[in-house]
Design a protein around this ligand. Structure first.
Ligand SMILES: Cc1ncc(C[n+]2csc(CCOP(=O)(O)OP(=O)(O)O)c2C)c(N)n1
Ligand SMILES: [Mg+2]
Length: 623
């Protein structure tokens, strides 16, 4: 991502703007947030930020939600931002408060989420002296922010806040940090609220030329096997509708990244669902071609059928979880790459036709061009091939021998195979009961992949997941943020037992703040995704991946029912398949936050699976 940082310097007086009454720096900051339309801030106080909290208590427009850990606050702000497309705002005190925000900031950076992170800082005179709770958060976050500020003059607050919101929400979105020393919060001044933002050199809006777009249309006309590979950029660029029109007008099949889930309706006949390490076999074949499964990487790749000869990579970044061995990704295909961020172009994979553009504009313009001069090609043979692949390799699961013989079956199910709940089943039932309309968040691990596989996303901003950073603990606080933004929608966190435990303290936030987000823990008593890799690459040797109590393996540990109870949050445990549907309905019907602890075996593997750095010829897709 292109980025920059600055330490504010006083600008000459006389800028145009609106003059406010004399206020403290903290009050100016809160007024600026109100003027940006902020309705919620997730903020945890401390010595260096309590002045701002004092000002927040007097705000009639901003709801301050107290998370129980700053990381929870940052993730909640991100959940709010991902669900709405508007900047999420979080705040912490200096030192440990600020460092606790860093994972959330890094997450927002990796997944291009508009986030404004505000930190209190020790008084300016103490900076550099190693004072109590002093950390150089500005320096520490430099590699993971789109922009950052250390405010040294009270009169700069209005300009900085206006710029911060502008920068984080325009072009490729990302996090902006504002570090505000305590003496600046306490100082008093008469603010001038600027009407406009002037940022030399920052050009967030770019549009492809007609020449470039015509070239793409020419490439489509010449191709036999085109594929649209689209990502989070479609969602942040609000271009889903344009994508739908373009795909239908050209009849080009669409695969998304996980970040792009919902950018194109997964129920649409042209959808190939998502691709990559755990994506559909048919999307991976459509992009890369079908190959004989090879036993080891030294064997040659034997092609069975051709993949895409034209890849329209729109709003994507050729992440390694998508490409595997990048040289082999869509080898031989012509690659058109459109992105709003020039630094993405030719970064991971060289493009034959690289274009820097707003994707909404590019898609709408191409659709208009095609309307005038329709594309003749219908790609019939290609659609037939894809239909065959889809029929052969849908996502699927079964109760395998491994499950039947597992410790889970002996300890918890007492051999009742017909009652075992596989994690995939739980998500399928959730999909049915919510009619595919819920907003889902996830932790990180196997459950995250199954949530993305077995729930079909119809709309953008429906799956909120930590994709690039892969931060465990993301799911529940993010669900709180989404639910605050959309109190009338069903928001469900599909979580792992490991991930949920990382921010379990947010149950208090949910209860106290009456945020009725739901959690389904797919509780396998293990760090399942790491277990899967241990099974595959380390002969199943467990390297600290068991989360239960080794002295009492029959017990489910920790006891989430007791834990949730202590937070006054209802929780039910489900062990048997016969109870699952009713229990889930009860969870959905509740008007409170609610935890459903679903006990599942740890022996399941997420399939398909292309091991890291490998190719589609190494893809295991059948259990
Ligand atoms: C903060 C953090 N620490 C470690 C990891 C590495 N990691 C990735 S998946 C995973 C297992 C997650 O376990 P759980 O949340 O129970 O999900 P499961 O895979 O069992 O569904 C781990 C440890 C991570 N992604 N994030
Ligand atoms: Mg687990």
């Amino acid at each position: 991502m292109s980025k920059s940082t600055e330490t504010t310097k006083k600008k000459p007086a006389g800028q145009r703007g609106e003059l406010g009454p004399t206020m403290s720096g903290s009050e100016i900051l809160v007024t600026c947030l109100e003027r940006e339309g902020v309705d919620t801030i997730f903020a945890y106080p401390g010595g260096a930020s309590m002045e701002i909290h004092q000002a927040l208590t007097r705000s009639k427009k901003i709801r301050t939600v107290l998370p129980r850990h700053e990381q929870g606050g940052a993730f909640a702000a991100e959940g709010y931002a991902r669900a709405t497309g508007r900047a999420g705002v979080c705040m912490a005190t200096s030192g440990p408060g600020a460092t606790n925000l860093v994972t959330g900031i890094a997450d927002a950076y990796m997944d291009s989420v508009p986030l404004v992170a505000i930190t209190g800082q020790v008084p300016q005179a103490m900076i550099g002296k190693g004072g109590f709770q002093e950390t150089d958060i500005y320096g520490m976050t430099l590699p993971v922010v789109k922009h950052s500020y250390l405010i040294t003059d009270i009169n700069e607050i209005p300009r900085v806040v206006k710029e911060a919101f502008h920068i984080c929400q325009t072009g490729r979105p990302g996090p902006v940090l504002i570090d505000l020393p305590k003496n600046v919060q306490q100082a008093r001044s008469q603010p001038v609220f600027p009407n406009e933002v002037h940022l030399r050199g920052y050009v967030p809006e770019r549009q492809a030329s007609d020449l470039e777009l015509n070239e793409i249309i020419g490439l489509i006309e010449k191709s036999e096997r085109p594929v649209l590979y689209v990502g989070g950029g479609i969602i942040t660029g609000n271009a889903s509708e344009e994508l739908l029109h373009f795909a239908e007008a050209t009849q080009i099949p669409v695969t998304t990244t996980i970040m792009g889930c919902g950018a194109f309706p997964e129920t649409h006949p042209l959808s190939l669902r998502w691709l990559g390490m755990h994506g559909t076999a048919y999307a991976n074949w459509a992009v890369n071609g079908e190959f004989e499964l090879r036993k080891n990487v030294n064997e040659p790749m034997r092609k069975i059928a051709h993949g895409a000869d034209l890849l329209l990579a729109f709003g994507v970044r050729f992440d390694d979880r998508v490409t595997g061995k990048v040289e082999k990704f869509c080898e031989g295909g012509t690659i058109v790459h459109i992105d709003i961020d020039p630094s993405e172009i030719n970064k991971n994979k060289p493009a034959n036709l690289p274009i820097v553009s707003d994707i909404k504009y590019a898609l709408a313009r191409m659709a208009a061009m095609i309307k005038e001069r329709p594309i003749e090609k219908r790609f019939t043979a290609w659609h037939e091939q894809i239909a065959k692949w889809k029929a052969r390799a849908p996502f699927g699961y079964r109760v395998t021998d491994e499950v039947v013989k597992s410790q889970h079956m002996r300890d918890h199910l007492k051999g009742k195979e017909s009652e075992v709940i596989l994690p995939q089943m739980a998500i399928e039932i959730l999909y049915e009961l919510t009619k595919g309309e819920a907003i889902l968040t996830t932790g990180v691990g196997q459950h995250q992949m199954w949530a993305a596989q077995y729930y079909k996303f119809k709309y953008p901003r429906q799956l909120l997941t930590s994709a690039g950073l892969g931060a465990m603990g993301y799911g529940f606080p993010a669900a709180l943020g989404a639910k605050v933004a959309f109190p009338n929608r069903q928001v469900v966190d599909i979580d792992g037992d490991g991930s949920f435990l990382m921010n379990v303290q947010e149950l208090a936030t949910a209860h106290i703040e009456h945020i009725a987000a739901k959690v389904i823990i797919l509780n396998n008593q293990h760090l399942g995704m790491v277990v899967q890799w241990e099974d595959k690459f380390f002969e199943g040797n467990r390297g600290h991946t068991y989360l239960g109590d080794p002295d009492n393996r029959k017990q489910i540990y920790p006891d989430y029912i007791a834990m949730a109870k202590s937070f006054n949050v209802p929780c039910e445990r489900v062990m048997y398949r016969k109870d699952l549907r009713a229990a889930m309905q009860q969870m959905l019907d509740s008007d409170q936050p609610y935890v459903l602890d679903v006990i599942v075996p740890y022996t399941e593997h997420v399939l398909p699976f292309i091991p890291a750095g490998r190719t589609v010829a190494d893809m295991i897709w059948q259990a």
